[in-house]
Design a binder for this molecule. Structure first.
Ligand SMILES: [Zn+2]
Length: 437
């Protein structure tokens, strides 16, 4: 089965017209990055009903929802796991539990497009345990499982996680079960197109596409063949199936790799300084800019060795800003000085001059649209999942380190306070059910 680029575009542009994630005025014909997720529709209550009572109200926070261009002091009413109201004030007699968020920033729950939160495989960590430092309510496993190890993700990680999980299945049948080394693509026979396509096609609720890591030490003599097979598996599995391609000291000419990526595919570690970077001799590679302009999603994937300020700064200045900000948090990276929790990585982009609204958009609604599975995800629209991040935007000098020991100084940082998933705060006893006023 073959799939043309046009087919892929059609399949990824069917919803949410007007989405401008990563849009470039220089490329008016470029596609959106949006998969079909359906309309937001409240279930079990009528918004605006004056008798409506809320199970939980997050009161008085500085609410920021880029999807609605909303910023201001608001109360958020939650019912049946959904956002039920956003109003200047919700009376106390209409709320069961109240959380005072005065002085705190309240955003949609953070969404991390590149993580390793499958504790049964390789470098994975348990998602829920990390929530106090991540404020992340939705996370995407970036190839922890291959088709041979998929059961560990599907049957062990997924049902035991309150954090909403999605996955890219690795083109290597063993995924990252061997950890970061030895490279899972040293033996090309592990790159099984049919196996990866089968997992993608069998798990459309959870699997977004196919992951591949293209680094010299990981692919050995196999060059770009693992990427070619990942693309083949994605095409075989159906329309709109993405490839997430990791770069960092990739073999050969990086432009050859970039030219293979299709609109809607994801380039992660886009600002890696590990060698063979997207910026060479101070210049953004034309093939990198062209990838961005045709709709390849530019993802940060900070990790333990994949984010370099001296690559990111010129790349952004020359037209390759990130579409999504992600952490690449795993058991190795979290113990490095770059400390890639998502709020900390977001703070680095504040220090680079990106607005708070943009930073939050690229860690909420933008990755939600890439995921494209849940109506309203990454927003605080009425009827959306009641996933919230409550953070403190702390003023004051902060030193931020990348993965190559370059330092930058910022004036603000985001500090997690409390995280709510489906209307239930992490770390607090659940409300009695059914809730009685
Ligand atoms: Zn990773």
């Amino acid at each position: 089965m073959t799939l043309s680029r046009r087919d892929f575009l059609v399949s990824t542009t069917t919803a949410a017209a007007g989405t401008t994630v990563g849009a470039s005025s220089a490329a008016p014909a470029r596609p959106t990055l949006v998969a079909q997720a359906g309309a937001v529709a409240p279930r079990g209550f009528t918004p605006g009903d004056p008798a409506l009572k809320y199970e939980l109200v997050v009161a008085g926070g500085d609410v920021l929802d880029p999807s609605q261009r909303l910023r201001g002091k608001r109360d958020i009413g939650i019912k049946y796991g959904q956002i039920a109201a956003i109003a200047p004030s919700i009376p106390a007699d209409r709320s069961g539990q109240r959380i005072d968020a005065t002085g705190k920033l309240v955003t949609p729950g953070l969404i991390d497009l590149h993580t390793h939160l499958c504790p049964h495989l390789g470098i994975g960590l348990p998602a829920d345990e990390l929530v106090p430092i991540t404020c992340t309510t939705t996370a995407v496993s970036a190839g922890d499982a291959g088709w041979q190890t998929w059961g560990a993700f599907r049957h062990l990680a997924l049902p035991h996680s309150r954090t909403r999980l999605f996955a890219f299945v690795h083109i290597a049948s063993i995924g990252l079960a061997g950890g970061l080394a030895p490279g899972e693509m040293l033996n090309i026979d592990y790159a099984n197109v049919d196996g990866a396509a089968k997992v993608v096609a069998e798990n459309p609720d959870t699997v977004l596409g196919v992951k591949v890591r293209i680094t010299d030490s990981i692919v050995g003599q196999n060059g770009l063949e693992p990427l070619r097979r990942a693309i083949k598996a994605a095409e075989l599995a159906g329309k709109g199936v993405r490839v997430m391609c990791h770069i960092g000291a990739a073999p050969g000419n990086l432009s050859d790799l970039l030219d293979l990526l299709r609109p809607g595919d994801i380039l992660t570690h886009a600002y890696s300084g590990a060698g063979n970077n997207t910026v060479q001799n101070g210049k953004l590679l034309p093939a990198a800019l062209a990838a961005k302009q045709r709709g390849v999603i530019i993802d940060v994937g900070h990790g333990g060795g994949s984010f370099d300020f001296t690559v990111c700064e010129p790349a952004m200045q020359q037209g390759m800003a990130p579409d999504t900000i992600s952490s690449d948090i795993h058991s190795v990276s979290i113990n490095t000085p770059g400390y890639p929790t998502l709020p900390w990585v977001m703070s680095k982009f504040l220090a680079l001059g990106m607005s708070l609204e943009d930073v939050v958009a690229k860690a909420t609604v933008a990755p939600a649209r890439v995921i494209g599975r849940v109506p309203g995800l990454g927003t605080l629209q009425v009827g959306a999942p009641a996933d919230l991040a409550i953070m403190e935007l702390v003023d004051g000098a902060v030193e931020l380190v990348d993965t190559r020991n370059n330092k930058r100084h910022g004036a603000k940082k985001l500090v997690p306070v409390l995280t709510i998933r489906g209307g239930r705060p992490f770390g607090r006893p659940p409300l009695p059910t059914p809730f009685v006023f």
